[in-house]
Structures are given as structure tokens and as C-alpha cells.
Design a protein around this ligand. Sequence first.
Ligand SMILES: C[S@@+](CC[C@H](N)C(=O)[O-])C[C@H]1O[C@@H](n2cnc3c(N)ncnc32)[C@H](O)[C@@H]1O
Length: 257
Amino acid sequence: MLPLKIFVGVKQRRYAIIREVCETKKLPSVLVTESCSVHTLNSDNNKRRMNDAKILGDVERYYSEKIEFHGATACGVDWNSPDSQRLRFVQLLKLTDHSQPFTINDYGCGYGALADYLKGEGYAFQYCGFDISPRMIAKGVELHAGMQEVTFVSREQDLSEADYTVASGMFNVKLQASSTEWESYMLRTLEAISRLSKRGFAFNVLTKYSDPEFLRPDLYYADPLFFFDYCKTKFSRFVSLIHDYPLYEFTILVRKQ
Ligand SMILES: C[S@@+](CC[C@H](N)C(=O)[O-])C[C@H]1O[C@@H](n2cnc3c(N)ncnc32)[C@H](O)[C@@H]1O
């Protein structure tokens, strides 16, 4: 009986507070429940915004230090080698139909190595790179000054919708964030990426099928089946999961048409 009494007491006190708020603010009583749930929604949104701001600040510092130290190289964007950086591009670009010209956003572009890869393959494209790190963007602008088909932006709101958006390596380094915080940040970012993509988008993430002895607490290892299912039910019927290349990660392609 004791827990029940405590519950009733708390419940009564909540109603007393609600009544007090409504009387002070002269709200019609029918609005009570609604105004309380709006309040809860607002505070949830605020929490999410603060959570994302903290994550983005930490991630920005992490990558800015990398490029500062290693320069515009694979190591400067925290990859082990140029070969692995390139192998990721190969997987992500399976999304695109390169028999015709296309526009592409590179979300988390680093210094724009993908633009050089596209050029090297001889594709006809318009590329826009976005990165949270101003140092990455400054390097990208400097290195691609002569390429008319390549632009960079340092604010997400300056990205336009493109045929495709790709994101390589953006979801791996979670630093201090908990897995739950990181997952909800990832899902919100995927929504933003989807909104920017007319024909489809692609991203990669470290896999939970990694050797346990190499797992690091500051990295995020995703369940590929969860993300396959999420993209299939949330974004499009046409989803591919690629998990057959020799890196401890997977790539997801979401085709909208
Ligand atoms: C592993 S690096 C890869 C860079 C590039 N995609 C490549 O493969 O060469 C990840 C990049 O994503 C950027 N990044 C991480 N989170 C981001 C976010 N939420 N918005 C924009 N850029 C982000 C980092 O600053 C970093 O440059």
C-alpha cells in the first residue's frame, strides 16, 4: 500500500500545481493538458538542441585538430590510408548514375577529397562540400580554387538540394556522447541528409561486427540491420546494405527513384 499512497500524493500535487498555473495565467481548464504537453515538447526540443550543440562542438574540435596536425591527407580526416578513403568513395558512389551529369552534396566533406575522386573518374558533376570544421572548409576552398564544378559551404543551411548526398565517416567518432545520444543525433542528421537529396543518399558507419579487442569507447559501432530497417521504413523502399568490403564498417544506399 505504501507505494500507492506515494503515487497518489504525487499525482494530487501535480494537479494542484497545474490548477495553480492555470488560475494564475487565467487559462481555460480545457487547455491544461494541451499546454502541459506543449511545455514537455518544448523542453524535449531544447534538450535535443543542447545535446546536438555539444556533440557538434566536440566533433568540430576533434577534426579541426586532425587537419591542423596532418594537413590535407587521409590522416588529416582521420582515415588510416588513402586506399581506405578511396574504397569508401567507391562504395558510396554505387548510388549514382554516372552515365549522365549529376549534382552531389558531400556532407562532412573534410578537405573535399571526394571532388578529386569524381574528377579523376571523369564524371560530369556539380559538387558542394559541407563540413562543420571551418579549417576543413578553408583547405577545401584553397585546394579546389581552379575547379568551377566544386563549391564549399560552412553552414548546413547554405546547402541546396542535389541529386545525391553522400556522407563518409561522419558517424564514427562519438567522443563523450552516450550511444543513445549519438543515435538520436544520427537519426536527425539522416533526416536532414534525406531532405537535401532528390534521387538518393548514402552513408557509412563502423559496424558492430568488429573484432571486440579493437573496440574503442569513443567510437560508435552501429547495428547494420537497424539502419537498413530504419531507412527502408522511413525513407524509401529502395535500400541497399553493403557489408562485403574489407573495412570494419558498412555502407547504406537509399535510392528514392
Ligand atoms: C572521417 S572525416 C571524412 C571526411 C571526408 N568525408 C573524406 O572521406 O575524406 C569526417 C568529416 O565529417 C565532418 N563532420 C562530422 N560531423 C559533421 C556534421 N554533423 N556536419 C558536418 N560535418 C561533420 C568532420 O569535420 C570531418 O571532416
